[in-house]
Design a protein around this ligand. Structure first.
Ligand code: 4AD
Ligand code: MG
Length: 507
């Protein structure tokens, strides 16, 4: 018999299976050992009973430590109370490798410690769930475009041009010539779209901003569709359908994972509703509290949030002292101690987050109220703007001065560039940036000068406007920002197996 995987156990209820994997957790009571096995495909509880296994094998189960590898055989019992919905009653067990002192224990660890142990941290339940959701998104993205006749094509990573501005380039040496790691595959995407009609790239991109915010990575994966004969409106229609489809795939395939990371699903289910499309000018009014959405001012709502958070801080502090007092009592059972400690840890985390909000909110409100029209939105402005919406929103028609050189100017009102940013709700902000591309050769040349970019590096790009130039559009989705929102993570560092960001290149 070949070994089965935990992910497939529902097909084996009532039958005997062989599994191989690692010990995620172990506890024992009199003559019973409970092992939570993980094998990459899922988690399940394996029960070792002394009377079935005999003393020698039972001892083997007893001796297994966290992250030891083992093989086992046993009967699958359906049990909805158990993680994954099954339990395996062991008839045989064999140790494959005994792990000693796994550094990541169930106790609390700081983020730096976990990041230093990212190669091991990936094994945790939470990281496992996030990576599986990431995988679903990747496959759903390919599926979406493939179903619609897009051709997947790859843009180069070494480039000689700055697509998204010169300030965030990683320079490298290409046989003695300066070259940069690509910030975006878009310019090549445009050339490929003129050859193939509709294409998308899916590859790593690099940004050198020395930014330590929760949404910046130095290396991230971007999906960039580009379509010939497509204007801004059609582009926005596609983005909306696209996000609805890929988030829908996660809701369909990853219920267990979403539950493991305690991600409420109602906000994600809202993607079936229409996404609000707001011109930049109106977005500015909302940010300043001058324009109401459904009768509400974004700033008033944030002020209410602040009052709420202050209240919750007092409650959480009271809960913490209460738990500390309980833990100080003599004669507590092991289970009770564990319970109080877990609750205490959760309460302390909530307190940290709430205290951070109390520090941030007044600044955010202040800077939103004083927002200057013409500026780009900062992270906090996006949070203010999206506060009153439950679906992602699309902000379009941006001041051309703050957008990339390739954006199409509105012929009727050249103040505006036909760009669109998609901002995710729940405080996440920008996940997609895109727009219609300039087709007017003269305007494009002017912009290249205005941005002080070297014309030679863009000659080939200008050819696209010389030979069969047509309206075309596209967008870029940052995969990690999408994963962060879908999983409701506080930081993008957990959305990619091995994050590269300012101050971190190992492991
Ligand atoms: O808005 P951006 O800079 O747009 C472009 O690069 C266009 N060329 C895309 C296009 O039209 N083909 O980046 C697009 C998206 C952002 O909305 C964000 O989701 C993500 O890429 N992104 C980052 N993600 C993580 N870390 C960073 N430093 C990111 N910079 C951008
Ligand atoms: Mg952008």
């Amino acid at each position: 018999m070949k070994t089965q995987t935990i992910g497939d156990l529902s097909r084996w209820v009532g039958q005997t299976v062989e599994l191989q994997g690692w010990v995620m957790a172990r506890r024992s009571s009199k003559d019973l050992v409970f092992l939570v096995m993980r094998d990459g495909s899922g988690l399940c509880q394996c029960v070792a009973d002394r009377s079935t296994l005999g003393d020698a094998m039972y001892q083997e189960a007893e001796d297994l430590t966290q992250e030891s590898a083992f093989w086992c055989r046993g009967e699958v019992v359906a049990d909805p109370r158990q993680i994954g919905g099954h339990e395996v009653r062991l008839s045989e067990i064999r140790t494959l490798h005994l792990s000693k002192d796994f550094p990541i224990t169930p106790k609390e660890h700081g983020v730096d410690f976990l990041m230093d142990h990212r190669h091991l941290w990936l094994r945790s339940k939470r990281q496992w769930a996030i990576m599986r959701i990431r995988n679903t998104l990747i496959m759903a993205i390919h599926g979406f475009f493939q179903d619609r006749g897009f051709v997947q094509m790859d843009a180069p990573i070494f480039t000689d041009n700055a697509c998204e501005g010169t300030s965030t380039l990683f320079a490298t040496d290409f046989y003695g010539h300066p070259a940069y790691l690509s910030q975006s595959g878009q310019l090549y995407g445009e050339a490929m779209a003129m050859a193939m009609g509709k294409i998308y790239t899916f590859g790593p991109t690099f940004r050198a901003e020395k930014s330590k915010t929760r949404r910046h990575l130095s290396e991230f994966w971007m999906i960039e569709p580009e379509m010939a004969f497509c204007d801004l409106k059609q582009n926005m229609d596609l983005i909306e359908e696209f996000l609805r489809s890929v988030v829908g795939a996660v809701l369909e395939k990853n219920r267990l994972e979403l539950e493991l990371i305690e991600r409420p699903i109602e906000p994600l289910q809202k993607v079936t509703q229409a996404f609000e499309r707001i011109p930049y000018e109106e977005a500015v009014q909302i940010i300043r509290g001058e324009r109401l959405v459904n009768g509400q001012s974004a700033l008033d709502v944030l002020r209410d949030d602040l009052a709420q958070v202050r209240l919750s801080i007092e409650e959480t502090r009271a809960e913490i002292s209460d738990r500390e007092a309980k833990l100080a009592q003599p004669g507590l059972k092991k289970g009770e101690i564990g319970h109080h400690q877990a609750q205490l840890q959760a309460a302390r985390q909530r307190l940290d987050q709430a205290e951070e909000q109390v520090r941030n909110l007044p600044q955010w409100i202040e800077s939103a109220a004083n927002f200057q029209a013409g500026n780009d939105f900062g992270g906090s402005d996006e949070t203010v703007l999206t506060r009153l919406f439950e679906t992602p929103i699309m902000v379009f028609n941006w001041p051309h001065e703050i957008k990339a050189f390739y954006m199409k100017r509105d012929e009727n009102d050249p103040r505006w560039a036909k760009g669109v940013d998609v901002l995710a709700p729940e405080g996440y902000g920008e996940i997609v940036g895109g727009g219609e591309r300039e087709t007017n050769l003269e305007w494009l040349v002017d912009k290249i000068h205005e941005h002080q970019l070297p014309m030679e590096a863009f000659e080939w790009y200008l050819d696209l406007r010389r030979y069969g130039s047509v309206p075309h559009s596209g967008f870029g989705l940052g995969l990690e920002r999408l994963v962060a929102w879908v999983c409701k993570l506080p930081h993008v560092r957990e959305t990619i197996p091995f994050p590269r960001m300012y101050g971190r290149i190992a492991p």
